[in-house]
Structure formats: C-alpha cells, structure tokens
Design a protein around this ligand. Structure first.
Ligand code: COI
Length: 356
C-alpha cells in the first residue's frame, strides 16, 4: 500500500520523553508518544495540518462537542516487524469507517489521503515508540470533534481532527467473563450503533460497571427490541464456533460496528476454508450450545484486545464455562497468524500492512 506525500507543518520536541516509560508496567492508554497531529476545519474546508509536541489543547467552555456529542474516533495499531520496520495494520479500513461515522454524526469527513498520511508521518516521527516486545504495539487514536463556541443545537461549523498515539501491551491478561445483557441496550435500529461515536462508549459505561460489580469483565449486548439476538461484546465484535463453523452477528443491522479485526478474522477463515456464517445469532442458540457442550469457542474481536477469548458466559442465574483455551484451535491459530502478518513473520499476502 502506498500513499502520496502531503505536507504538514512540523514542530519537533526538544527532548523525547520515551525514557520515562515503564515498559514492564504499561497500562493501556495512559502514556503518550512525543508528538500529535492536529488539523482544523473552518470556513467549509480543512486547513493545513500540523505535527507538534504532544500537549494539552485549549478548550472554550461552550465547545459544542462536550455539550452535544459531535465526537467520533478510531483505533488502530502500529507494530515493529522482525526486520526492524514499522507497519500499521489496515489503516485504509479505519479511514473508511471514520468517514462513515462522520457522515452519520453530521460532521465533515477527513479525506482518506489526509487521514492516512497524518498517521503515517506521525508514526514515522515517533517510530522509536513502537517496541518489538512481544504483544506490544503503538495504539493510534484518530479523533474528530466539534469546536463551535456555541450552546445552540445545530451541526457545528468548526472541528478539530487529531491523532495521538500510545504505547500499549496486552489489553486483557486473562480470558474474559461476559454476561448476556437483557435490560440495557448499546444501540437500536436507526440509531448510531454502527458509528464509532464517543457517546456509544459513554452510554455503555453504567451497564458495564453493573456487570463488573457482579464479577464479569464485560457484557454481551443484545438487540434493543427483544433482547433475543446477540450483537457485540463490550467494545468488541463477537464470534462463536459451533461444529467447526464460525458464527457472528451480521452487519446488516445498523446497530453493529463494522470491525476491522472481525473482517480480518473472517477473511483468514475464508482463505483457510473454515465455514463462516454472518447472520442473526440468537441468545438461545448460544446458550443451548454452551449447555450441551457444542459451543467450541467464543471470543471478542477488536483492535485493542485483538482476540479476547471468553472463558465464562453468564446468563440470568447460570454461569456457563467454555472449553479450555488449548482446545480453541481456530481462534488460537487465527490470532497467531494475524500477529505474524503484523510483525512480518508471515508474508502479508492480502496487502494489509502499511509499511511506514
Ligand atoms: C477496540 O478494541 O476497537 C476499541 O474500540 C477499544 C477502545 C474503546 C479502547
């Protein structure tokens, strides 16, 4: 994959902060690399982008994003390859989804070329922050938010597109315990569930906290109407394996995020001849399979955790234990293969990596 060169203005840090990082105790999303990208939208057009030292940004108290939630984001990762290069996993898919989220939230899309080039130049400048420690990567967080200084409600006329990056290790250090949620809802038909809108994540915090108090890591979200069909798991898409077939809720519904990791898992499964069904997945089907021992695997798929295998599903008063991790041949194999593509140990036959 190649991108053309776009010129942004650049101010470099005088001294890197990388020596401050405690790599052995790295919490997800708490440390940030030396530089960030910022580009303003005003007078109906994008202004010149800037790469500058990572720093706080001034904020007007009436800034529209904090009042009315015109705010979207993306998440992707850069990896160190075995030949010492840095590769970014499928950024063009994030660019597309970012533009789709922007449209749904009535915001100006960031042109794909600018999105990709901002990320590429930022990661290139901070490439020392991409470590080759196994399981580590540089998490890239592009985001777009409304900046009108106005408490009237209407689509804003001014925005900021920013990219920050954060060195990260593994997201979950154990297989996850999830609870099927039959009361709260993540998204409803006609809503914004498909968009990576900040408010979707804000609204999920209270239900997630309730399940965490009960000893679970996350929820399995079900449909808003009947709570009979499975949609996502926590902040991830979700996949199941029954009788050797991978099953995942289809994206036909506008309540489900179009996951890059999920799509990659499906593409690998197709390549290897593993049957995949993208369709409505009922709670009843998954619970019956878990009860009668035919649920071979279940896992969340997302950028932050990649593949998070599920150890326990809570359903009403029941706790259903899933098979031990060693038996999860498909998810184990796909995870290792995806990691190997990202780090250059396997040939990138599908052209997924953007080499910086
Ligand atoms: C992801 O894994 O794709 C996420 O969006 C997680 C993020 C909310 C930390």
């Amino acid at each position: 994959m190649t991108t053309s060169t776009l010129s942004f203005s650049l101010t470099k840090v005088e001294e890197s902060r990388i020596h401050e990082i405690d790599w052995e105790n790295l919490a997800f999303g708490k440390s940030f690399s030396d530089h960030m990208f910022l580009m303003d939208y005003k007078n109906g057009e994008w202004q010149k982008g800037t790469i500058m030292p990572f720093q706080p940004i001034p904020m007007h108290p009436a800034m529209s994003a904090i009042h009315y939630g015109q705010s979207i984001f993306e998440g992707l990762k850069a990896y160190k390859t075995i030949d010492g290069k840095v590769s970014i996993f499928r950024p063009n898919m994030n660019a597309k989804r970012f533009a789709e989220s922007a449209e749904r939230m009535c915001m100006p899309a960031v042109p794909t070329e600018i999105f990709l080039e901002a990320i590429r130049q930022l990661v290139e400048l901070d490439k020392n922050w991409v470590t080759d420690k196994p399981g580590f990567s540089l998490y890239i967080r592009p985001f777009l938010f409304a900046t009108d200084e106005f408490v009237g409600i209407k689509p804003a006329e001014t925005y900021k597109f920013m990219v920050i990056t954060s060195p990260v290790g593994v997201y979950y250090n154990e297989p996850v315990r999830v609870k099927i949620e039959e009361n709260y809802t993540r998204a409803s038909k006609g809503g914004v569930g498909r968009a990576k809108a900040a408010g979707n994540y804000g609204a999920s915090l209270y239900p997630a906290k309730q399940c965490q108090l009960q000893g679970f890591h996350q929820l399995i979200w079900t449909d808003a109407v009947e709570h009979k069909y499975i949609e996502e798991s926590g902040t991830m898409n979700v996949m199941f394996q029954i009788g050797g077939t991978l099953i995942t809720p289809s994206e036909d519904s506008d309540t489900i995020l179009r996951g890059v990791t999920k799509k990659s898992v499906i593409e690998i499964a197709h390549k290897w001849g593993i049957p995949v069904e993208e369709r409505k997945v009922s709670v009843e089907e998954i619970i019956s399979a878990a009860r009668n021992g035919t649920l071979e695997d279940a896992f969340g798929v997302g950028t932050a955790a990649t593949i998070a295998q599920i150890a326990v599903i809570g359903y009403r008063d029941e706790l259903l234990n899933l098979p031990s991790l060693e038996t999860r041949t498909i998810s184990n194999k796909i995870k290792s293969y995806m990691d190997a593509i990202k780090t250059g140990k396997e040939k990138d036959e599908m052209g997924w990596n953007l080499i910086v």
